[in-house]
Design a protein around this ligand. Structure first.
Ligand code: GDP
Length: 297
C-alpha cells in the first residue's frame, strides 16, 4: 500500500511544531514528495513544475499557525493550490442563455464514452432541471451508432431524433434543430462521430457541424484512463472548435486523479462533469475539492 501524500508530508514536518515560520529546507523536502506524488498520478511534467512553483512561493516563510502543525499547514497549502489549478473558481453549470432549443454538441474520440455521456447528461437535465431534451446521433460511419443512442434514450426515457438512413451529419443536425424548435424542446444534444485517432476529415466534419448548429455548449469527452493522451487530444479539438467544457469519463477506474489536473492546467477548459461508472446515472458534477482530496490521499 502506498503512503498517502498527506501522510508523507506530515512525516517530514513531524516535530517541527512551534518553530515559527516554515523553513526553505523543510519545504524543499516536502516539495520533492509532492513532485513524486504528482508524477506517480500521471500529471504532465510542466504542470507538476508549475504547481510546485506555486506551492513553494506560498509555503516558504509562511508563519505556522498556532492551531495546526507545520505538516498540516503544508498539506493545506498544497490542497488549496490543487483546488485552484483544478479550476476551483470555474463556472461549471451548463449555459442555457439562448433562444431554445439550446444546442449541446458532444465531441471526442471513439470509445471515450461520448454516447454514454450524452445520454447521462440528457437524463440529468431532464430529471433534475426539468428540461425537455432531444438527442440526435450524427455518427453515420460507425454501424449501429445511431441505434445505440436510441437504446440509451429508451433506457433514460429521453427522446431521440428518428433515424433516417442515408442522411449526412450536417443534415441530421439541421433536422434535429428543426425538430427541437417545432417540438418545444429546451435542449438538443448532438452526439457527433468519433474516430480512433484524430484525422483531418473528422475535424473538418466537427467544425462544419459546429458552424451549422451554433451550439451554446461544446463538450469534449475524454477518458481519464488515457492520462496525458487525453490532454493532447483536448488540445487538438480545442484548436478546431471552441470547447466550452470537458466531460472526463472513467474516473471510477482512475484512482490517481492526475489526468484532471493536467487537463485543466494545459487546456484551460473547465471540467464540467465526470463519469463514474457504466450506468446511465453514473455522472457527477466535477468537484475540484473532491479531486484534490483524491490526489492528496
Ligand atoms: P463512444 O464511442 O465515445 O460513444 O463511447 P461509448 O459511450 O460507447 O462508451 C464506451 C464504453 O465505455 C461503454 O462500454 C460505456 O459503458 C463505457 N463508459 C462510458 N463512460 C464510462 C464511465 O464513466 N465509467 C466506466 N466505467 N465506463 C464508462
Amino acid at each position: 500500500m502506498f503512503e498517502s501524500l498527506s501522510d508523507r508530508l506530515g512525516a517530514i514536518f513531524e516535530g517541527l511544531r512551534g518553530r515559527g515560520a516554515l523553513e526553505e529546507k523543510d519545504v524543499n523536502e516536502a516539495l520533492r514528495e509532492v513532485r513524486i506524488a504528482l508524477l506517480e498520478a500521471d500529471v504532465a511534467l510542466p504542470v507538476a513544475k508549475e504547481f510546485i512553483g506555486k506551492v513553494k512561493e506560498r509555503a516558504i516563510g509562511a508563519e505556522v499557525l498556532r492551531s495546526v502543525t507545520p505538516g498540516q499547514q503544508v498539506v493545506k497549502i498544497v490542497h488549496d493550490a490543487l483546488v485552484e489549478m483544478l479550476g476551483g473558481s470555474d463556472k461549471t453549470d451548463l449555459d442555457f442563455a439562448t433562444t431554445p432549443p439550446a444546442v449541446i454538441m458532444m465531441v471526442g474520440l471513439q470509445g471515450s464514452g461520448k454516447t454514454t455521456s450524452t445520454a447521462k447528461i440528457a437524463l440529468r437535465l431532464q430529471k433534475r432541471e426539468k428540461k425537455k431534451v432531444l438527442m440526435a446521433s450524427l455518427d453515420t460511419r460507425r454501424p449501429a451508432a445511431q441505434e445505440q443512442l436510441a437504446i440509451l434514450g429508451e433506457q433514460a426515457e429521453v427522446k431521440t431524433l428518428p433515424i433516417i438512413a442515408g442522411q449526412n451529419p450536417r443534415d441530421i443536425a439541421k433536422r434535429a434543430l428543426e425538430a427541437g424548435r417545432l417540438g418545444g424542446f429546451d435542449v438538443v444534444m448532438l452526439d457527433t462521430a468519433g474516430r480512433l485517432s484524430i484525422d483531418e476529415q473528422l475535424m473538418a466534419e466537427i467544425a462544419d457541424i459546429h458552424a451549422a448548429s451554433d451550439p451554446i455548449e461544446t463538450l469534449l469527452v475524454v477518458d481519464a484512463l488515457t492520462g496525458q493522451d487525453a490532454v493532447s487530444t483536448a488540445e487538438k479539438f480545442k484548436a478546431r472548435v471552441p470547447v466550452s467544457g470537458v466531460v472526463m469519463t472513467r474516473i471510477d477506474g482512475d484512482a490517481r486523479g492526475g489526468a484532471a489536473l493536467s487537463m485543466r492546467a494545459v487546456t484551460g477548459a473547465p471540467i464540467k462533469f465526470v463519469g463514474v461508472g457504466e450506468k446511465i446515472d453514473a455522472l457527477d458534477t466535477f468537484e475540484p475539492e473532491r479531486m484534490a482530496g483524491r490526489i492528496l490521499g
